[in-house]
Design a protein. Structure first.
Ligand code: F0G
Length: 448
């Protein structure tokens, strides 16, 4: 049997709402052609993000009822810590309300002005939190990772020679830590190989620099290693994840991704002194170290969810479903970042709409048209988000976990191909309002 089915049956359903094209035209106008400004009720299929948008399992909901809301020493924290330690092996587990809170604390303790923090590619929040300490955030992804058409199996890999050269150039004292983002979200959701992680860890060890993982999508990364890296065919995703974490000194994690939860995150480290400093900061902004910014029930949902993310049936369906979407539209000529990533498909809007120059926001134009055509919400990662620094104009279709079925994906393919068929008629946009920073969230635009 070749058909891939969802490895679950549905026990609770949430209706999604149809709108007419005329309604969507009005709604889009009222939202100033910025999909962030749309009320979510008017979106049929929401691919804005895979973060915190997943469906929880019956076991997670059952665990939620077991939540211990004690301020200190809650047994939910014990379950949370034990589950995370089972996978990561790290000595200290510090809960936070989401990933960026873990980043803020980690960089706040480890970085200072003049430092440099290399990563394969920093996600926006890690970049911003590194910069906030006065340090510099540097991206050292391999050359293939920047070429949308390259089908290298591990486009998230770090350029090890560039890392070595950087340490030689600036000196070990100025590199407080090295980060590896698995999978590499800002680079198309592409995986990092075990071999690469091992080489990066060896360089770090040689210079006595700690290695941290930005572990948001560690389970998807483990599955890609199982599929693509010789020697791992017979390993379980959990064994692969354990092996990778064993190469590092700690991690930050947004449990809103492969934690399978709607909120939460954590920070791990093997360093006792650092853990103490981190907990002191945690108490200042997040809460007591046995709950971070979370309720006991959230800790329970994560303790169960992070194990479910490693189940083979789930990962097989997850990665196959994303790849199915990517392959179906690419086969019809739609330019996408290859190969399909774990959590999302990225359409190359400059290739899709060659008649719209970058300063007329081809990514925004395509996102708006996908909404008009089928009520689909995506996110622009391009000139609106990064202004002149944008190297590409991409439209990300991020797939929430366990939420949409194969027929939803088939519907998406149809919507995208319909828009592709009349792409010549799509017009660019101009800005009518922009905030001084992070302008994409609140920008207003109008068609030209
Ligand atoms: N690191 C990576 C690689 C991420 O993708 C994200 C969030 C974070 C850190 C921050 O985690 O949101 O819990 O504070 N990515 C979401 C996205 C927002 O849509 O890609 P957070």
């Amino acid at each position: 049997i070749k058909t891939i089915i969802e490895p679950f049956r549905i026990k609770s359903v949430e209706p999604i709402r149809w709108t007419t094209r005329a309604q969507r035209e009005e709604l889009l106008k009222a939202a100033h052609y910025n999909l962030f400004l749309l009320p979510a009720d008017n979106v049929l299929i929401d691919l804005l993000t895979d973060s915190g948008t997943g469906a929880m399992s019956t076991n997670q909901w059952a665990a939620i009822m077991q939540g211990d809301e004690s301020y200190a020493g809650s047994r939910s924290f014990d379950r949370f810590r034990n589950s995370i330690q089972d996978i990561t092996g790290f000595k200290h587990v510090i809960p936070t309300h989401q990933g960026r809170a873990a980043e803020r604390i980690l960089f706040g303790v480890m970085c200072k002005k003049g430092d440099v923090v290399p990563n394969n590619t920093h996600f926006d929040t890690t970049r911003a939190n590194v910069k906030f300490t006065g340090a510099e955030a540097l991206d050292l992804v391999i050359a293939e990772g920047k070429q949308p058409a390259s089908t290298h199996p591990f486009k998230g890999n770090m350029d090890v020679a560039a890392l070595e050269a950087l340490i030689q150039r600036v000196g070990r004292e100025r590199v407080p830590l090295v980060m590896l983002t698995v999978t590499n979200n800002s680079g198309g959701g592409q995986p990092v190989s075990m071999q690469n992680a091992r080489e990066v860890a060896a360089v770090c060890k040689q210079h006595n620099i700690p290695l941290y993982f930005d572990a948001c999508r560690f389970a998807e990364n483990a599955w890609f290693i199982k599929l693509r890296e010789p020697g791992y065919e017979n390993h379980t995703p959990k064994q692969i994840a354990q092996e990778m974490f064993a190469l590092g000194d700690g991690c930050t994690m947004s449990a809103k991704k492969d934690g399978m939860a709607n909120i939460g995150g954590f920070l791990c480290t093997n360093d006792d002194l650092l853990a103490q400093q981190e907990k002191d900061l945690l108490i200042l902004t997040e809460g007591y170290p046995t709950y971070g910014g979370l309720a006991g029930r959230d800790l329970e949902a994560i303790a169960v969810g992070i194990q479910e993310a490693l189940e083979e049936d789930y990962l097989r369906y997850r990665i196959a479903s994303t790849a199915y979407l990517g392959k179906a539209i690419a086969a019809a000529g739609v330019p996408i970042v290859q190969p399909p990533g774990g959590h999302a498909i990225y359409i190359d809007a400059r290739g899709f709409l060659p008649h719209i120059p970058s300063d007329q926001f081809p990514g925004v134009a395509l996102g708006c048209e996908l909404y008009l055509e089928g009520g689909v919400r995506s996110v622009e990662i391009g000139t609106l988000m990064f202004a002149k620094a944008a190297q590409m104009d991409l439209v990300r279709l991020a797939i929430p976990r366990r939420v949409y079925t194969q027929s939803h994906i088939d519907y998406l393919v149809e919507v995208i191909l319909e828009v592709f068929a009349h792409r010549g008629q799509i017009r660019g946009l101009r800005l009518t309002y922009e905030a001084p920073f992070l302008r994409h969230f609140t920008a207003r635009l109008e068609p030209i």
